[in-house]
Design a protein around this ligand. Sequence first.
Ligand code: SF4
Length: 509
Amino acid sequence: MYNLKPYNRIRQWYYRGSIKSCNYSCSYCPFSKHKKCSVQELQKDQKSLVYFVSALLEKTCIDMQKCAVQIVPYGEALIHKYYWRELAYLSKSIFIEAIGAQTNLSFNIDEMLNVYIDNGGAIEKLRLWCSFHPQMVTTDVFLSQCKKLSEYGIKYCTGAVGEPSNLSHIQYLRVKLPDNIYLFINKFDGLKRNYTLDEIKAFTDIDEYFELELRHHKADVSRCTDSLFIEANGTVKHCNICTSKIAGSDKICTRKECSCYLSYCNQSLPELLFFNPYPSFRIPHYPKAVFFDIDGTIINKDNSQDTVTNETQKWLKRLSRHSKLYFATSLPYNYAIKKAGKAKELFSGGVFAHGGICKIYADIGQCSKVVHEKIFPLGYEHIKLGFLKENASKYGYSVYIYGKDIYKITLLFSIKDNVYIKSVAYKLGLLDNSNFNIIIESGCLQIISAFAGKKEGIVYICDKMGYKADEIAVFGNSVSDIPMLSEYPFSVAVNADETTKQIATYTIN
Ligand code: SF4
């Protein structure tokens, strides 16, 4: 038997029992040849599972590390009640946030959920990866099983092997499934030829992530060390295809590519951001609203065009099918809209001028129809405009004023040195003025109201639109984004400096 104690900071646990059998007999699957397990085989499998569960429960109590467990059987496991009992025991741990299994969804849902619930299983932690096999089950029968899972409030994904001859069945399934249920397509390894362009398009129309199945994912062992794959025979490795049998030993995985979902999902791919924190379940979770900084975030600093690239535009477009998009930028409104280019049509409003002004449009892309607007004016009584202008040539800056009520003043310096700019701000008496919020970045000194900020603007929009803090995501890249990044649990640092990266929940480079 194996010992889990040496393995620390594991976020995702995978488990594979000893059974290699399935109640289905799909032509593309090796386990279809072994249809029924003997009583002894089942007893052995159960004993191994009980050992794994007790070892893991003990381990999590010691480590107190939040984690998830995904069962990835060879064949079908959820037709056996003991899997449901053990999943229930795992779900009772306060450290295990989610538990799940891959299944063909052929089990009796009512009966098995009774076993799960009777043993104290938490429905909200259950995740099912449900594979559709058109040779074995009609689309309507599979759909009725899915409907039942939805009625129980269970989180699940569906999926199928991308066999071109099954395309019409899978397309029908996609049409009939609720929009919020993800249907993945696995590359069909037995195809023995490349997919045609039409087939790629058809499968991508069903699964927007299908391209990941066709891509070569360079193996990087440093990115999968927080996943462990345990097999009933005592093998402990980082993923199902890892070539090293003992994770953490000197022998590390020598694979060149992480060639299947269970391996590449451990590689923290930016494309799988919305599958976090546990991509092993393959269930995306999209925020209701996503807030994006512009400069350095949706427009890369190194992009000489200074516009949103076609690739980013496509990504934003896909995301806009699931989530409302808002800007959260220090750029004044008109500059932001101009700079966003065509991407502006995907947004529903935003926080502009570092929170000096916030707008919510009537609908996506309708920037001319603003239904809610909030301005945080600087207040004429506090701004010494004449004084700022008088000192412009002495300190080498130009003054830009935004809004009738003045919600932002920018001093654009000819010397792009933040230390120098800070010294000027001090001399002008701006730093110790409690009426202002001063931001120094990229050769600019920005003055906004002390009550304004990206974070404050996001709070305003969330309040108006009814979004809770855990229903939104925020993307930023610089120190000035830290207040908003640290406020929300789903925060993403894009090509960011080290300080900003440390604050955000996720990073993209
Ligand atoms: S194949 Fe598996 S173990 Fe090897 S690098 Fe990829 S995820 Fe890690």
